[in-house]
Design a protein around this ligand. Structure first.
Ligand SMILES: [Zn+2]
Length: 281
């Protein structure tokens, strides 16, 4: 419930909008989504102008199953046949990738890493100096760089004059990279929740979150309640901080506190930060 209760709000906000949302979850996820959808009556949706759709991927340790649900078809499941292999990557395109890893929470639970690809920044001054126009060709240039096209690839620089095609020039990709492009590294964000502390989980968490710029990690209990944490298959704040330290995360954000510490969340944060900074509390 903690992690799925917000789905109804998401669904409500998206109804009638022209958008598609991709959602990923562990085994049993399609049934859970369908149970949520079936709690409502969808008698007017076929008249909507926009067809909101959900693309739901159920992730298994070695394969992924996709079902699509279209609002205008009253969210009847469309089962896509392709049974894709899963070896850690949930989504990948030219600007980002999302990785997933199964953690043990007594039930299989997915942890995630969002990884932005390098950013291609255009140096506007250099562009002006070379007498090159701003325009749609820059998108093509960025795609080529992110795809890793060879440096001798000719890039078509073109522009319009009024409504007419104004002209074109071809410049080798390598030359543009050297003159008008500045690459900056993308961000890495890890999201870890619902995991028991054991060696296998610890190793997987550290690998998944390795070098992240920001690591979200659960800190359900204080370490003095480590027995309780183990019994409920959760981490203590100290364990969370120590894992983030091992992963070399730059920053951490703690969440998923037990209601037991209501009003005393700062104790959990303090304990985790002490471990993160290498001080045992
Ligand atoms: Zn949880």
């Amino acid at each position: 419930m903690d992690h799925f209760i917000g789905f109804d709000y998401l669904l409500r906000v998206c109804l009638g909008r022209d958008c598609h949302i991709s959602i990923f979850g562990p085994p049993g996820f399609h049934r859970q989504i369908e149970n949520k959808i079936n709690a409502y009556t969808w008698n007017l949706v076929e008249n909507y102008t926009n067809d909101f759709a959900l693309h739901v991927t159920e992730v298994h340790p070695e394969h992924k199953l996709l079902r699509t649900y279209h609002c205008r078809k009253a969210f009847e499941p469309e089962i896509q046949d392709a049974n894709e292999n899963f070896s850690g990557t949930l989504v990948e395109n030219s600007s980002f990738a999302v990785k997933g890893e199964f953690l043990d929470h007594k039930i299989p639970c997915l942890a995630y890493r969002f990884e932005e690809k390098s950013r291609v920044n255009i140096k506007k001054n250099a562009l002006l100096e070379m007498g090159l126009p701003v325009g749609a060709w820059l998108m093509d240039l960025k795609d080529r760089i992110l795809r890793g096209d060879p440096d001798d690839t000719p890039v078509r620089v073109w522009w319009k004059e009024g409504k007419q095609e104004g002209g074109e020039r071809f410049i080798p990709l390598g030359e543009l990279k050297a003159t008008i492009v500045k690459m900056t590294p993308g961000q890495k964000i890890a999201y870890i929740t619902d995991a028991v502390y054991n060696e296998d989980n610890a190793r997987k968490i550290v690998e998944l979150a390795y070098g992240s710029d920001l690591m979200f990690i659960e800190a359900m209990f204080l370490h003095e309640d480590a027995d309780k944490a183990a019994e409920k298959h959760h981490l203590t704040a100290r364990q969370a901080g120590a894992l983030a330290r091992r992963a070399g995360a730059k920053r951490i954000s703690l969440f998923h506190f037990s209601p037991k510490y209501k009003g005393a969340g700062d104790l959990l944060v303090e304990e985790a930060m002490a471990a993160f900074n290498g001080r045992e509390s």
